[in-house]
Every structure is written in C-alpha cells, then in structure tokens.
Design a protein around this ligand. Structure first.
Ligand code: WTA
Length: 651
C-alpha cells in the first residue's frame, strides 16, 4: 500500500476552520448543523434522499424510494425522469435561459459561450441526429472526443433519448477503444478529427479508424470538425457533425425514462487485465451528483464553477456534465494542457472568467508548485471562494500551497474522496462547517454510512488501518459491471457479508473521526490521479513479441503520486538494449495510451515467484521503493533471481 500520509499522529496537525465570512453564507454553516443533518440522514436515509430527489423534475413520481436486495439497489422505483431535461430544459425554460451554461476556451485561445437556451437547441439537434442515425433507447454510443462543448452535448443528447453513453478518454489508444467497443456493443461512435494539446493537434479520428479495422459492429461514426486536420472519411460509415445537425430540427421532446434506466457505462481499471464497465443509472445518479454539488461545492446561481477534469473520467461526468448543469450554474470548460503556453494558463482563465469554485487534482497542484509561485502571483485570483481536490490523497505540502497561493488563505478546500463506482462524492468536508486538516477527506457526506473494518469485519479503532467500506446503499452507487453481474458481486460485495460495499481503499480514522485514505488495496495504481491496473499494463507488455513475462508495480513519485515500474523478462532470442526498452515503453503507449507507459522498465533474467508460480509483486515493490529486498523470501522458488533483480535496478 502506498501512502501520501505516512504519519499516524494526525491529532497535532494544523486545523483550518472555515472563516465566519464563508460560514455565514453557506447552506450548512456549522458542525452542529452538519451533525444534525448527518444523523437524520443516517437514521432515515430514504427521507433525506427523497427530499433531495424532489428538487429534480420528475415526469412521474416514484412509488418507492429504495428497494434493496443486496447488492442490487433500485432507487426511486416507479418514477420517470429525463436526465437531460433536468440539466438543460428546466433552466432554459426559466430565468436562466440566457445565462451562460458553458464558457469554453480552446487551447489556441478561441472562446465560446453557450447559454442554457442555446445548449437546449444544440442538445435537441444532436438528439435528433442520433435518432436519425438509428440510435434507440438503451443502445450504447461510444464517445471519443477532445474537451469541447460537443462532448457534453453528445452525452446529454444520449441521456435525452435514453441511449447509454460510453465515453472513452481521448488519451486512450486504438486497442483500448476496440476493447470497450466490443464489451459495450456500441454501434455508433461520436468523435472529432482531433483536439489541441500543448500546441499541437492530437488526431482522434485516425485512432478510431484503427480501432475499427478489427471490428465491423460500428455502422456510423459522427465526426466533429475541431482542428481541420486531414482525416479519412469512410463514405458509407462516416458523417460530419456539422452536416448532420444542419438537416434536423432544434426541437425534441424529452420523454421520461424509468429512474433505473441505464445512463452510462464508464470503464475503469481493476485487478485483472480487462477493464470493468461501471454501470450507472438515471434518477439516483442525478440525485447524488446534484446534491453533492449543492452541499459540498455550495453551488449558487452566481457561481462560476471550474472542474479541470476530462469528460473521459468519472469526475468529468459527475462534476462537469451532470451535477453542475443540474444545479444550473455557469461553468468553465477548457480544452488543453495546464501548461500551455505556460503554467499561468489556469490562473489567467480564473481571472478572465471570475471563477469562484475551482476543482482540480493533487498531481496538477504539485506540478504548479514545481513551476513556481510567479505564475499564480501574476493573476488576480480574488474571485475564488472555494477550492476542491480529487483523485488521490492530497499531501499536506500541496494542500498548504493550494490554500495560500491559489485560495489566498481564505478559501476552504474540499478534499473529496469518491470513485467511478460511487458516482458522486462520498467523503468530504462540508465547506462552511467542517474543520479541515491537510491530507484528510474528513467526514462522510449525508446519507453515507462510511466505516473502516478489519479483516474480521470489526470496526477499527482510531489510528488503526483497515478497509474503507460503505454500509448502506446510496443513490449514485454502481448498479453492476456491464455484462458481468458475478464480477460485480465478487469485486465489491464479497469482503464482508450483509451488503457492505468494499471500496478497495485502505484507510484509517483519527480521534476526531476524520477519514485518512491510504491508498488502493488491490493491484491498481493511482498515477496522476488515474487508475491503472498492473495486470492491464502487464498484458500490454506481454503482447510484444520480445516479451516472455512482465510484472508491474507502483513506486512513490513526487509529481504523479505513483509511477509505473515494470520488470520484463525477454524471450531467449532477444537481447536487452536501450532501443528495446524505449520500444516496449512505446508499445504500452500504443496498446493502452500514453498515461500507462512505464516510467521505469527493468530487464530481468527471471521474476521472483512462489513455488506455485505466482509472481511475488511485494518483493518487486520493496525493491523499487527501497532498492533492497529484506522481506520474507522463504517461499521463493529460485533465490538467485534476487541478485539479478538487484543488479537490474542498479543499471
Ligand atoms: C483514489 C476518481 C484519497 C482512491 C474520483 C479511489 C482518493 C480512487 C481521493 C478512485 C481522495 C480518489 N483522497 N484518494 N480525495 N479521491 N481517490 O475511480 O484510491 O478514478 O479508490 O475516481 O482514487 O479513482 P476513480
């Protein structure tokens, strides 16, 4: 287990209480108010969630708040709603019609402002385009887009017609798309010619073309012209976004779908080679994202919210598209890299658009620290009132810098713990109430019964490490792994009996009850806030003709949190070389995507194995973390591999 928070003694940490100025205006303005509502929400969760869900528009009211046959939950059963209507139409129909929904900036500096009224027209047009191209309710649509408003428009259009979107992060490679296509069964792809990143066009359509060489299931590819880069169009299959929207009406009636109608599937890494398709449904997911935005980001009509995630990750789904739009706020969306043309880009945009709430990842904050204070100091960041962090534990140094240099010492920081599977934030400070300690996500959100259990299922005492679990169902929870109910049960519900969700994270609580997340307990790495399965990277390495065997472990990294360290045994006829090392790293980039490229790649004559043939990753982990192997090696099949491994990492 890797840890950004090695110290056990959290009781001496500096506590940052929210200012009176902030608290007095906040929805929840004291710990007393938090505790009272939390108690009520845990004693009567259905009452709490029903009250939240009632703030959404339902075309038919639900009959039952929760039907729970562990691990299967139905929230707001019998109810019908249209998720897109909740995010767009209800605002477009009222005083928010001409309010900016999305203020978008392209990396080259081009700008667009889309009002709620305009967003409604754009979404309706694209919903009609999907219908015209044969997409029906429950069909899956794969979206592979840069960070442009059309990515959100495509997602909302799917939701509008009851289609299930499967967004694939634009940094993933052709094989990763092909795997997800096959698993999700999508017949239609929405993509773009390319997107801008660090001053260059990153081509996307050619990657889709490559993914499609192995599959014939896709009948239509809808292509947005973002960059004018030259791409091939297959005349019987590919159509241009702008041509298509020109042929349809800007009107479409949003029909209600069952609360449990599938909304999207999003793939994430697990302990085995195959990524899992996390399935989320409609009414519960929207209630969770809506409610967490309202209380944790304390969103108001006058706020300008900016979440810097990519729509290809769950954070982009929940806190760019669904949560903020359901709250009717104005958001900033940005296409490119944080350091283009330099590390001042974010701060220039915060100043330009008067961003009030800013949500980013610790890895980005560490990169900003390294780049130096003159970047934020050159801009007026006084519009900011609240900061957020997500993706990995935020190390206290990053927390303090964020607080001082970005928040001007006055903004609370919500360190939000959650997962693709949880759909919405589950553990976080409530900004007007919770005293923050740098490094802890603090306390559970309303209705969330979080606990830390030992192997026997007993609740851990303060300071003791255990597994983070959620003991009661919550509306935005995962409903299944797409097409694999058994894996769903086994992965999340089999550590403990009685319908307890096991998050896969190690954690401990301090004396005040704050949750300190230690890190993943499974073979999943957290690299720059992105989940990468070691098995996935190993299988990419082994797919190269030179590789006989591979083992991947994480090592601590100052910038990325964790870095990828790979050990590779070559087939007899291949010889170790720097060229081959680069080739193997690039091969992983080609199979999965650049984010998965090993940072270190060690050639090894053999890998440490038990007598039953299992690779002893714990030894490799110790080796990359400490440069030594002192752990128990009595179960090792061949002790001589240790010496060669020690030599391999010294080289
Ligand atoms: C980690 C991202 C500590 C954790 C929303 C979790 C965190 C995994 C935090 C989920 C946090 C996320 N503090 N660790 N505030 N937020 N994590 O599915 O290990 O991409 O299990 O969802 O990220 O990653 P995922």
């Amino acid at each position: 287990m890797s840890s950004q928070n090695p110290s056990l003694n959290h009781d001496k940490d500096t506590v940052h209480k929210p200012s009176k100025e902030f608290s007095s205006k906040a929805r929840i303005s004291s710990m007393g108010a938090y505790r009272k509502l939390y108690k009520e929400s845990i004693e009567k969760p259905n009452k709490f969630w029903a009250r939240e869900a009632k703030e959404l528009v339902w075309q038919k009211p639900w009959e039952k708040v929760l039907t729970w046959k562990a691990p299967h939950a139905k929230w707001f059963d019998g109810g019908k709603l249209n998720v897109c209507e909740n995010c767009v139409d209800r605002h477009a129909a009222g005083p928010r019609k001409n309010k900016a929904a999305i203020i978008w900036e392209g990396e080259p500096g081009d700008k667009r402002v889309i009002t709620y009224g305009q967003l409604q027209k754009d979404v309706c047009r694209f919903a009609n385009v999907l219908l015209k191209n044969g997409v029906k309710a429950k069909d899956c649509v794969l979206i592979y887009m840069p960070m442009v408003p059309e990515a959100a428009i495509a997602m909302l259009a799917c939701a509008r017609i009851g289609a299930v979107h499967n967004v694939v992060f634009g940094g993933f490679a052709a094989e990763a798309i092909a795997d997800r296509l096959e698993d999700s069964g999508a017949k239609v792809i929405v993509t773009a010619d390319g997107g801008w990143r660090r001053g260059k066009v990153v081509a996307l359509k050619p990657v889709v073309d490559e993914a499609l060489t192995k599959s014939s299931q896709v009948t239509r590819v809808i292509v947005l012209n973002r960059c004018n880069n030259s791409i091939a169009m297959e005349p019987t299959r590919d159509v241009w976004w702008h041509d298509e929207v020109g042929t349809v009406s800007s009107k479409h009636i949003a029909k209600g779908f069952d609360s449990e109608h599938p909304l999207f599937v999003l793939y994430t890494s697990g302990s085995t080679g195959k990524p899992k398709g996390i399935l989320h449904t409609s009414g519960g997911y929207l209630t969770g994202t809506y409610s967490t935005c309202k209380y944790i980001f304390d969103m108001r009509d006058e706020d300008v919210f900016w979440c810097t995630a990519d729509v290809g990750w769950i954070t982009g789904h929940s806190y760019i598209v669904y949560g903020p739009l359901a709250n009717g706020v104005t958001q900033v969306m940005y296409e490119g890299a944080p350091n283009f043309p330099d590390f001042g880009r974010f701060w220039k945009m915060v100043e330009e658009y008067g961003v009030t709430i800013f949500y980013t990842a610790p890895t980005a904050i560490r990169a900003f620290i390294k780049a130096g204070n003159p970047f934020p100091e050159a801009h007026d960041l006084s519009s900011l009132r609240l900061l957020g962090s997500v993706g990995e534990p935020i190390n206290p140094e990053a927390w303090n810098w964020y607080h001082k240099y970005i928040g001007g010492g006055k903004c609370p920081i919500v360190d939000t713990w959650w997962q693709t599977e949880t759909g919405a934030i589950l553990i976080s400070p409530i900004p007007g109430a919770t005293p923050c300690k740098p490094g802890t996500a603090t306390l559970p959100f309303f209705g969330i019964d979080a606990a830390i259990l030992d192997d026997a299922g007993k609740e851990c005492k303060a300071g003791e490490d255990g597994r983070l679990v959620i003991r009661k169902p919550w509306p935005s929870m995962i409903r299944s792994i797409y097409g694999d109910k058994e894996r769903f049960k086994k992965t999340y519900w089999s550590d403990y009996a009685g319908g307890i969700y096991s998050a896969g994270d190690g954690a401990r609580r301090d004396k005040d009850g704050n949750f300190w997340i230690i890190g993943r307990l499974d073979d999943v790495l957290n690299v720059s806030g992105h989940r990468l399965g070691t098995a996935e990277i190993e299988s990419a390495l082994v797919s190269h003709p030179a590789v006989a065997e591979a083992a991947v472990v994480g090592r601590p990294d100052d910038m990325k949190g964790q870095a990828v360290a790979a050990f590779v045994t070559l087939k007899e006829e291949f010889v170790e070389s720097e060229n081959l090392r680069d080739e193997l790293r690039n091969h992983v980039g080609k199979v999965i995507g650049a984010i998965a490229k090993p940072d270190d790649l060690h050639f090894a004559v053999g890998l440490p194995k038990t007598r039953s043939g299992k690779i002893m990753r714990r030894l490799l982990k110790e080796l990359v973390c400490t440069g030594r192997i002192s752990g128990n090696i009595t179960t090792l099949e061949d002790g001589s591999v240790i010496d060669s491994l020690l030599r391999s990492i010294k080289r």
